[in-house]
Ligand binder design. Sequence first.
Ligand code: ADP
Ligand code: MG
Length: 462
Amino acid sequence: MSSFIELENINLTYNKDKDNAYQALFDINLKIKEGEFVVIFGPSGCGKSSLLNIIAGLEDPDEGDVSIEDRDLLSMNEKEKVEFHCNKMGMIFQSYNLISTLDVLNNVALPQMFNNKRKKERDERAMQTLERFGVEKQWKKIPTELSGGQQQRIGIARAIVNNPQIILADEPIGNLDTKSANNVMEIIGDLNRKEGKTVILVSHNPENIIWGGHIIYMKDGKIEKEELKGPNQVTKIERKEGKDKSDFDRMLDKLKGLSEEQIGLMINPLKARLLTEAFLIPYEKNQTAVMEKNVEMYLSKKIEDNEALSNLDKDSDHGGANLDFRTAKNFIEEVSTIAKAAEVFNSKNDINEKVLVILEYLGNKLNLSIEDDDTSLKLANSIKNRVSNNMNHGEFKNLLDSSSKKEGVGLDKRVAKKIAKEVDLFLIVNYGASKKETASVKEENLGQKSQNQNPFQKKVDM
Ligand code: ADP
Ligand code: MG
């Protein structure tokens, strides 16, 4: 028996036999099992949508075979194909593709036109599906009266109204802000995990790789490679705002089960996101995007800090973030200060020297002045334990602010919170900078623990 979805030797040329012929897909072979969450990842223009459209039966290849549940898609006539598509597949698009002249209810009811139910039943089913995604109150509105997140939930409702086995999603969160995007991805994730639907998601954004159990990397119309994650490794993002979870802890959660290469792809965008979010001023969505992009390029050493600064200062017509110059300068200075400190941190082999780098960073950043040696020593030791991952964010924070009698550092609660947050950012920026050194931090720390040395006999200079 063949796989649930199987593509063999697919080639696709647009405008075949014309002057502007363009081959978009080359020799695609692909097998997808039922219940998989597939992510098709690759740069813009590499052929992801073309491939998805072939699976959907919306585009015919020049040659090759497409079979879905042992049915040969290419030998069907148009009517069979439309029916098959309507019953088996739900499609979700970046631009929602809702019909602007129909109200929400009719948009969602529409795909049922090909089954034999009465209008009343179709409407009821559409309404139930809207309720499921919390958009039932909008049933009478036309799509343009709704937010992007609402429109996409209606897009999803339309996609699943016929209870299809397969969900095809083409950049479904490309137009959404972070919160709506998470919401939509959770819905799609649930359709896969809880209802066993086979999901094929197309994205150019490496952050979305984490959702998939089967990743297809595309480039220039070809599949470059595929990766399968074991069933237990499929990442489920922990979104509960666990009291003890910090951004760094959550980042580690996100990276669990990913290959080094996947991490390499998404780490700098992720760092850039977290750094930008840590700079606590609410920005417009497109400003944030420009800030993140520039931080990412800076972290990847594609641009220097002054270039990032001038990019942020530019107005948005010229691709800038339109930030006030001083705000931009402040922001870039913070980013470069922490990035440089992380570099110095990495250049040190000795764990105690590493901790000193953080202490110096904290001292400058937070204007700390800790007079007594005992407190400095305790702070240094707590940081050492946090950096070596011997304690989580919550434990670290508690240790910082509990009173010195209880072995705590005894700092003011607000100071403790600030330090914990800064150390967290430090860990984020530093993550993956050097595998070897991270390992050696761990080893040394164990040694240190057993010998119970006191590394901070010299006064910590803060
Ligand atoms: P992706 O989804 O990865 O961004 P697409 O599959 O949309 O890429 O497009 C792959 C290539 O095929 C692109 O170079 C695109 O310009 C071209 N292409 C896509 N659709 C058409 C079309 N209908 N006619 C001609 N060229 C097309
Ligand atoms: Mg596309």
